[in-house]
Design a protein around this ligand. Structure first.
Ligand code: HAM
Length: 428
């Protein structure tokens, strides 16, 4: 029997993992500059954590969770997202800090039983942040900025930021009843999913992708007309901050996002190149979630972005990440004495963070040159009896074929200079 990876999952092969590492490295640095620290939570949790947090009426809970019973009959679920897990950890580990929000970031796989297509997988990776403990609109603006700045920093220029306010519990009551009233006459014309959704939580009809349902929402009441004064002020301040640093955004009153936990600010960054799965990342405030999970009332906000989608968008924008899998140096070695010397030199080079290789199983010089070429080595160092005697390497520049010499004692310094000149990245 031939095995294959489960549908909707992928093997991330070396030419891609190096790009992932690059995205990860930039994220970790930027997130840390914004004061976030990494948290690693389990990839599965008690099922009820997700049903309670994400909401019974959502697509994720209704259709997309990988839920199973363990050997003791406990219901567990592979995490479809990490906000619920971070909040669970925040409460369980007493991370609350009364004077300053706690800022956490994560990077890891999430699981959703969705129909796989380009940009949509059953196992996918998210980079995300959660800031728990402040209701300040400055924090909203900062979190949104962090998402946009990150995407720009990795090279994406063409991203669209959509922004909305979902209001608080108070203003939501009026909006939901107006929504119910609007939906009532169309009841029979919505798809069966929407009909179920409308009964449980009318807000969820906005998650439908069916054209027929969307067309029925043409004149639907908009949330902004229902915001209370405090929510209006909050939203307007978020916008003022974003304008101050010239982050362009579009107000999108339909951006309710597929989770029940959102309050006030919601946002999503989209790429014009990704077709139906165009959301690179999104998030929002969830000021009531911590209380719903039996904590003290605590405001919070966060976002997550999809790593696979960021890579797809980079490809579509024709941006090649400077992922370099090739060794910088290849040591072509002749004779046993030279091999021993080369072994020690490789150790020194690699200790100095210089990617280097040599041939295995004694081969002719010609065969070694072929290997160096295939690996894409930037320079080849020749090491034979003559070089050992003269304490000098013969070096070939593999780009232009020119040959020259480098004394043994200068080697590390020489290589570092070349690497700097070429800004070799992909290794730290
Ligand atoms: P989300 O919008 O469900 O939000 O996911 C965030 C990002 O994960 C999406 O924008 C997308 O790039 C990626 N993503 C989602 N589903 C898939 C999939 N099936 N395949 C590939 N990529 C996918 C959340 O998960 C919230 N927890 C974000 C948040 C954090 N809100 C507050 N804090």
């Amino acid at each position: 029997m031939k095995f294959s990876a489960p549908r909707g999952t992928a093997d991330v092969l070396p030419e891609k993992t190096i790009k992932w590492k690059y995205l990860e490295k930039i994220a970790f640095k930027l997130f840390e500059d914004y004061g976030y620290r990494e948290i690693i939570t389990p990839t599965f949790e008690q099922t009820e954590l997700f049903t309670r947090s994400i909401g019974e009426s959502t697509e994720i809970v209704q259709k997309e969770m990988y839920t199973f019973l363990d050997r003791k009959g406990r219901s567990l679920t592979l995490r479809p997202e990490a906000t619920a897990s971070v909040v669970r950890a925040y409460l369980e580990r007493n991370l609350a800090n009364p004077s300053f929000p706690i800022k956490l970031y994560y990077f890891g796989p999430m699981y959703r039983y969705e129909r796989p297509q380009a940009g949509r997988y059953r196992e996918f990776w998210q980079l995300g942040v959660e800031a728990i403990g402040s209701s300040d609109p400055l924090l909203d603006a900062e979190v949104v900025t962090l998402l946009v700045q990150y995407l720009n920093l990795v090279g994406l220029k063409q991203v669209e930021l959509h922004l909305n306010s979902m209001g608080c519990k108070k203003c939501r009551v009026n909006f939901v009843s107006a929504l119910k009233e609007y939906l009532e006459p169309f009841k029979g014309r919505f798809c069966s999913d929407c009909q179920k959704r409308a009964a449980l939580n009318p807000l969820r009809v906005f998650d439908c992708k069916e054209e027929a349902c969307l067309s029925l929402l043409k004149d639907v009441p908009k949330i902004d007309a229902f915001l209370c004064d405090e929510c209006k002020k909050h939203f307007s301040e978020v916008q003022t901050y974003l304008k101050k640093i010239a982050i362009p955004f579009k107000i999108n009153p339909f951006l309710v996002r597929g989770f029940d936990y959102y309050t006030k600010t919601t946002f999503e960054v989209r790429s014009p190149f990704l077709g139906a799965q165009n959301a690179l990342g999104g998030g929002g405030r969830y000021d009531d979630l911590i209380e719903e999970l039996r904590g003290n009332p605590t405001p919070a906000i966060g976002f997550a972005l999809g790593v696979e989608r960021v890579l797809l968008a980079l490809e579509k924008e024709n941006l090649k990440l400077a992922a370099n899998l090739a060794p910088f140096l290849f040591l072509a070695v002749m004779g046993e004495k030279s091999r021993l010397f080369a072994f020690e030199l490789l150790y020194r080079l690699r200790s100095a963070e210089i990617a280097s290789e040599t041939g295995y199983n004694e081969k002719s010089l010609k065969a070694q040159m072929k290997i160096a070429d295939r690996l894409g080595a930037r320079y080849v160092f020749f090491i034979g009896e003559e070089e050992l005697e003269r304490q000098t390497f013969k070096v070939r520049d593999m780009r232009d074929g020119k040959q020259f010499e480098v004394p043994f004692e200068d080697v590390i310094q020489w290589v570092k200079l070349q690497m700097e000149g070429e800004q070799v990245v992909g290794r730290s």
